[in-house]
Design a protein around this ligand. Structure first.
Ligand SMILES: Nc1ncnc2c1ncn2[C@@H]1O[C@H](COP(=O)(O)OP(=O)(O)O)[C@@H](O)[C@H]1O
Ligand SMILES: Cc1ncc(COP(=O)(O)O)c(N)n1
Length: 268
């Protein structure tokens, strides 16, 4: 069995962050572990408070896991402060996991900033170059690249720019595109692949990015080729969105339960 680690923030409502990651890991038949970078008070309507975990406690959590257990892949989600980013980058340079998927979480769907403005540079300089795969949505890719991204050509240009900053591969996600498409663009510095997606009309998209990046880390840790891993993860998140749960009064979460396991190729 593969062992996957998420380094991310906790979402009290269970739809995004650490909780979405662990559910996605379970649905992929891998053993999930967690390093918590921040505790958010959050529900389907929004985020009301954030408490960052001290960097030395983040380092201690990472060291506790790696010093004892083989880690086949890491997914990094919300890390809001420069000091936390630095602690994670140093620890991962020391432990060198074979797969690192970085989801550069910046703003929640409900509009709350999950990355401090001043920490964006640290994310670009310290975490991006460690990424086997970086998974920005359109606003995140715009913040990283410094130009507006509206159409397919902009997404391709953004992917090339992100590779030039040091990520080994990038998946620019089209969830925020206007219109009926939710196409994503994968680029590894040599080959570009479009992953077509039809937009599902739903407000229950809380945790889509977390779900996708955890599915990707699981698939890559299992040894799937990059393109196959991305196709399977896109398939998984699409199904999870299609079965999104009308929980709470706002944006409900993606769905990770039994009927999805077959989709993910898991036999239980
Ligand atoms: N309404 C939707 N219908 C179908 N696919 C979607 C929808 N919203 C997002 N996606 C897909 O979900 C994945 C996560 O994308 P996105 O929502 O942009 O990430 P984030 O949560 O980081 O904002 C991508 O593969 C994207 O294309
Ligand atoms: C702890 C945490 N991590 C990530 C997200 C992003 O998820 P979304 O973009 O669906 O709000 C979130 N809302 N909370």
């Amino acid at each position: 069995m593969k062992h996957l680690l998420t380094i991310a923030g906790s979402d009290s409502s269970g739809g995004a962050g650490i909780q979405a990651d662990l559910k996605t890991f379970a649905a992929h038949g891998v053993f999930g572990m967690s390093v918590i970078t921040a505790v958010t008070a959050q529900n389907t309507c929004g985020v009301t408070a954030v408490q960052d975990i001290e960097p030395d406690i983040i380092t201690a959590q990472i060291d506790a896991v790696f010093s004892d257990i083989r880690v086949d892949g890491v997914k990094i989600g919300m890390v809001s402060r420069t000091e936390s980013i630095h602690a994670i980058a140093e620890a991962l340079k020391k432990w060198k996991p074979p797969v690192i998927v970085v989801d550069p979480v910046m703003i929640s769907k409900s509009g709350y900033p999950l990355l401090q403005r001043s920490a964006c540079d640290a994310l670009i300089k310290e975490l991006l170059p460690l990424a086997t795969l970086l998974t920005p949505n359109l606003p995140e890719a715009e913040a990283i690249c410094g130009f507006t991204i509206k159409i397919e050509q902009d997404m391709e240009r953004a992917a090339a720019h992100i590779i030039s900053l040091g990520a080994k591969a990038v998946l620019v996600k089209g969830g925020h595109l206007e219109g009926s498409r939710a196409d994503d663009y994968l680029y590894d510095g040599k080959e570009g692949t479009w992953l077509p997606g039809t937009r599902i009309q739903t407000q229950h998209t809380h945790g889509t990015g977390c779900t996708l990046s955890s599915a990707l880390a699981s698939n890559l840790a299992k040894g799937m080729h990059l393109t196959e891993a991305v196709k399977a993860a896109k398939d998984y998140v699409t199904t999870a969105i299609r079965h999104g749960i009308a929980l709470g009064k706002g944006h409900g979460p993606t769905h990770h339960f039994v009927e999805l396991w077959n989709k993910a190729g898991i036999r239980v």
